[in-house]
Design a binder for this molecule. Structure first.
Ligand code: RIB
Length: 304
């Protein structure tokens, strides 16, 4: 079976259910706080594991309870974690996630050990990249490490998928290595400095990233689905109408599900359709890894 390597963040999420996001100077009350395993990288690896992929995670956690819980959760889904570094002098990353009753969320990440997933660590693990078929990256670890991993992946002829979240200004040398870039509309706007309020604007902004060297841009559009933009043109994939409880990890599960099908040789169009189905389940449930569908639900989707 093809192997997916996810390189990225692992965070313990502190999830707060709130009526509304406080404005500057406002104090609001919240009944309780739940701990849920998260981190964009870990969520992607967890999804791949749950979907039955051969998947390995590279990243960093502290020698603490949060680190133990995150690794245990990944291992339960069959994710290989033996090269995740455990650091005694850095705490595991933490994300504070405020989820409004509407399901929309705001996230603040305290990076902790994720900052140590640096170039030296990537260099020490180049063999893991060579062993994989597809490399999945996001931006919650240092950008030079993301760039180096993408370059190594590209050099070795691997499929390189980048989820540019949280959005940051990216160097052209990174764009050149990316086969599939998967921003949401907001991230696309931040990456390009262009408006993304209409389908036409989304396509124009995505084309600007193609000019920088990316092969395919897959823009997730929330409930409206996704748009694929590449040399061949642009296609919109409709979304699914569902009752949204919490959008956390929707983008992560989308990236993972899409990469899983691509790695197994399915066409990109089919991979996007499948990813929309998976993410549509994720948004109906609370939390990050707690919301990822199990194998039997996925099997039903595959039957379709
Ligand atoms: O994409 C959702 C994730 O973003 C959360 O799990 C949180 O840890 C942050 O990394």
């Amino acid at each position: 079976m093809k192997k997916i390597l996810v390189i990225g963040s692992l965070n313990m999420d502190q999830v707060l259910q709130i009526e509304h996001t406080p404005v500057p100077g406002e104090t609001i009350l919240c009944r309780d706080m739940k701990l849920v395993c998260g981190g964009k990288g870990a969520n992607q690896a967890f999804t791949c594991g749950r979907l039955g992929c051969n998947v390995e995670m590279l990243g960093s956690v502290g020698q603490d309870e949060n680190g133990d819980a995150l690794l245990t959760n990944l291992m339960k889904e069959g994710v290989e974690t033996c090269h995740v570094q455990r650091l005694s002098d850095h705490p595991t990353g933490v994300a504070v996630i405020a989820v409004e009753n509407s399901g929309n969320n705001s996230i603040i990440v305290i990076q902790g050990a994720n900052l140590m997933t640096d170039e030296a660590y990537i260099r020490a693990n180049t063999d893991r990249i060579l062993e994989a078929d597809a490399i999945v990256l996001q931006l919650e670890i240092p950008l030079p490490a993301v760039t180096l991993a993408a370059k190594e992946g590209k050099k070795a002829g691997k499929l390189v998928v980048l989820d540019p979240a949280p959005a940051a200004k990216l160097p052209d040398e990174l764009y050149h290595c990316v086969d599939i870039l998967k921003p949401n509309e907001t991230e696309l706007g931040l990456l390009t400095g262009m408006p993304t309020d209409s389908p036409e604007e989304v396509e124009t902004a995505a084309r600007c990233l193609l000019e920088r060297g990316v092969k395919n841009v897959v823009v997730t559009l929330g409930g409206a689905g996704a748009m694929l933009v590449n040399e061949g043109g642009s296609v919109v994939f409709p979304g699914k109408k569902v009752e949204v409880a919490d959008t956390t990890a929707a983008g992560d599960s989308f990236t993972a599900a899409m990469t899983m099908l691509l790695a197994q040789g399915y066409p990109l169009e089919q991979a996007i359709t499948f990813a929309i189905e998976v993410a549509a389940i994720v948004v109906t449930r609370p939390g990050a890894q707690s919301s990822i569908p199990k194998a039997d639900e996925i099997a039903k989707l595959l039957d379709k």
